[in-house]
Design a protein around this ligand. Structure first.
Ligand SMILES: C[S@@+](CC[C@H](N)C(=O)[O-])C[C@H]1O[C@@H](n2cnc3c(N)ncnc32)[C@H](O)[C@@H]1O
Length: 241
């Protein structure tokens, strides 16, 4: 089954399966708030922002961003009809207009320099390095000068440890690590230096049980300042266009 068929088949159970637990709800909240903070840091209180999510899935992050001021225009794009249908249902319930479009990340159905922010969560890891670069360029094409592209990555360090402690699950080095690019590979994908902005801790389920939601968020802030970022599992990389 190809990737598109997989998401079409999984679509209706995706949210429950991926975000159904309290620690995943907490991660989702942190991810949405961190993204919103990045947007605020770059664009301040600017009106009429145009924001695009690529691979928007069921529209959870768009739903959160719809709480921004009503001049913000939100766009979601995905190549799975089943996933997109759920984004569409959320769009009908939110006060901001969210426009959802069927399309492919390798050839976005949008004009050059159309958006102030283009982002993707839990999306780019699926592709091999060359394709990650191509997609980043395509996201950059539809972003305005002075705008940003924000991508969520899984951390190399933590997954390197997992690989060497039994997490490999029969996968080759190449197929395993294509999900977890090194800092050098990220620099190549985004075309420059970058600063990771943490959104999820390694072993968050356990930390969540012991420390609770507030404790995890406190630890996340600390992890951002550790020289060795071994505690981080997922993080954002924001690139100015
Ligand atoms: C793991 S889901 C993530 C969904 C959502 N962003 C989230 O964080 O929950 C990946 C999404 O990317 C979409 N996708 C995968 N490849 C794509 C492509 N080439 N173009 C557009 N969408 C794609 C899938 O249909 C799916 O909805």
């Amino acid at each position: 089954m190809g990737r598109q068929e997989t998401y079409n088949a999984e679509g209706s159970s995706y949210e429950e399966e991926r975000y159904g637990t309290s620690h995943m709800q907490s991660y989702l909240e942190t991810r949405c708030q961190t993204l919103s903070d990045i947007i605020e840091r770059v664009h301040g209180k600017k009106k009429d922002l145009q924001i695009l999510e690529v691979g928007c899935g069921t529209g959870l992050t768009l739903q959160f961003l719809a709480q921004r001021d009503s001049s913000t225009k939100l766009f979601g794009m995905d190549f799975s009809e089943t996933m997109l249908r759920q984004s569409h249902e959320k769009a009908l319930q939110t006060k901001n207009r969210i426009a959802v479009t069927l399309g492919n990340a390798f050839g976005l159905p949008f004009n050059n320099h159309q958006f102030d922010v283009v982002y993707a969560t839990r999306f780019i890891h699926q592709f091999y390095h060359k394709d990650k670069k191509t997609i980043h360029q395509e996201l950059g094409r539809v972003t305005k000068k002075g705008g940003i592209v924000v991508l969520e990555f899984y951390a190399y360090g933590y997954h390197w440890l997992r690989f060497h402690t039994g997490g490999r699950k029969g996968k080759s080095w190449e197929s395993y690590f294509s999900h977890y690019p090194s800092a050098k590979e990220i620099r190549d994908i985004v075309g420059g230096t970058f600063e990771p902005i943490p959104v999820r801790l390694a072993g968050e389920r356990v930390f969540h049980k012991i420390l609770g939601k507030n404790g995890v968020q406190w630890l996340m802030k600390k992890a951002a300042h550790l020289p060795a970022s071994a505690l981080i599992d997922e993080y954002f990389v924001a690139t100015r266009i």
